[in-house]
Design a protein around this ligand. Structure first.
Ligand code: ASP
Length: 361
């Protein structure tokens, strides 16, 4: 009798476990979202949403004056409110991304458009890209020197050319044909960025700091960051992402970073998320940061937060790189993840809650 009771107990337990396993498996197969218990990705938490960054790096409170802080905070708010109004009024995520990035590009505070950093030759060569999550169409431009707003050029490449990426003189010719605003290269001159170039060059001339200074001295490294980016979800459920930059101070040989590379600096897919990156571009290209985050959600069922953490806190630093991302998923979950001391950033949800940040804590 005792034996029989043990046997039935064992059978009950065994069948119970088996059932549990089957449920988990079938859940995984039928709906990726159900895997996440902490933040159910299947729930729409925002009908629309927008997140921006103005670059990541060694941004420490002790190095910022209250005036600097106020200037950055005000510009971030001005920019994100432009996109927010577009989304609130039923506009597209692509329009919100482009117009928001324009505000940041037109400000000398950020390393994009007007405030672009200098190349080794003392020039400003700008990169940008944009992606439409609905169609997976994308456009990018690299190494332009006369296009006032490279994000507009990236969008024109996406919408009005059979190509995804144009560069240099050809890209400028296309911009002219598209009627985009062109400027004299001197438009991009700012004293602070020019001084940053001199600082890096001086470090290079010094034998003791030559090899490492440009990349490891935090004060010099700071001058390399400041890219801008925006991701948005609109009321129709369409995601878009865009990124614009001057690249890294003292870059040479026609160096192109991650910002104009679809999958590295920018990625958007209505099935998963929209991502814009900022950081040490070489590593972001090698880690395919933006696409990797989307792929982790798509193939492994991770939430946006989990996927972003995996790539930014593990994959990129394991390679030796640093930086961050802003992202929004198809349900309006917003993420701002970085492994540096700071990242200029802001987000607004569908209820109008504004969140602006600069430092880590
Ligand atoms: N990612 C950019 C680049 O490598 C730099 C930055 O984000 O500031 O060109």
């Amino acid at each position: 009798m005792k034996k029989l009771t043990y046997l039935s107990l064992f059978l009950l337990l065994f069948l119970g476990c088996k059932d549990e396993k089957n449920t988990t498996n079938s859940d995984q197969n039928s709906s990726k979202e159900s895997v996440n218990i902490d933040a159910p990705a299947s729930e729409k938490i925002n009908e629309f949403a927008i997140v921006i960054h103005g670059g990541a790096g060694t941004i420490l409170k002790k190095n910022m004056t209250p005036e600097d802080e106020a200037a950055y905070t005000e510009k971030l708010e001005e920019a994100i409110r432009v996109g927010y109004e577009i989304l609130k009024n039923g506009g597209t995520s692509l329009d919100a991304v482009e117009k928001t990035v324009n505000v940041l590009e037109n400000s000398p505070l950020f390393n994009a458009g007007k405030g672009a950093v200098f190349t080794n030759e003392g020039k400003n060569e700008l990169d940008a890209s944009i992606m439409d999550g609905k169609t997976l169409n994308a456009g990018a431009s690299a190494s332009t020197t006369t296009v006032k707003n490279p994000i507009n050029l990236a969008r024109a490449v996406m919408e009005n050319s059979p190509h995804v990426m144009l560069s240099g003189k050809g890209a400028e010719q296309f911009a002219k044909e598209q009627g985009l605003e062109l400027v004299d290269p001197s438009y991009f001159y700012t004293e602070s960025r020019f001084k940053a170039l001199q600082k890096v060059k001086a470090a290079e001339e010094n034998e003791a700091t030559r090899d490492k200074a440009a990349f490891y001295d935090p004060t010099i490294k700071d001058s390399k960051f400041g890219t801008v980016g925006c991701v948005a979800l609109d009321k129709d459920g369409n995601l878009a992402a865009g990124t614009s930059t001057g690249g890294m101070t003292n870059k040479r040989w026609g160096r192109i970073g991650d910002a104009p590379i679809i999958g590295a600096g920018t990625y958007a897919n209505n099935a998963t998320c929209a991502v814009s990156s900022t950081g040490w571009g070489e590593y972001f290209i090698r880690a395919m940061v933006a696409h990797d985050i989307s792929a982790l959600m798509d193939y492994k069922g991770l939430t946006l937060q989990e996927a972003a953490r995996e790539v930014i806190q593990k994959k990129v630093p394991d390679l030796g790189g640093d930086g961050g991302i802003v992202a929004v998923d198809k349900n309006g979950n917003m993420v701002m993840e970085f492994n540096t001391e700071g990242m200029y950033r802001a987000s607004i949800d569908a209820s109008g809650n504004l969140n602006i940040g600069i430092y880590k804590d």
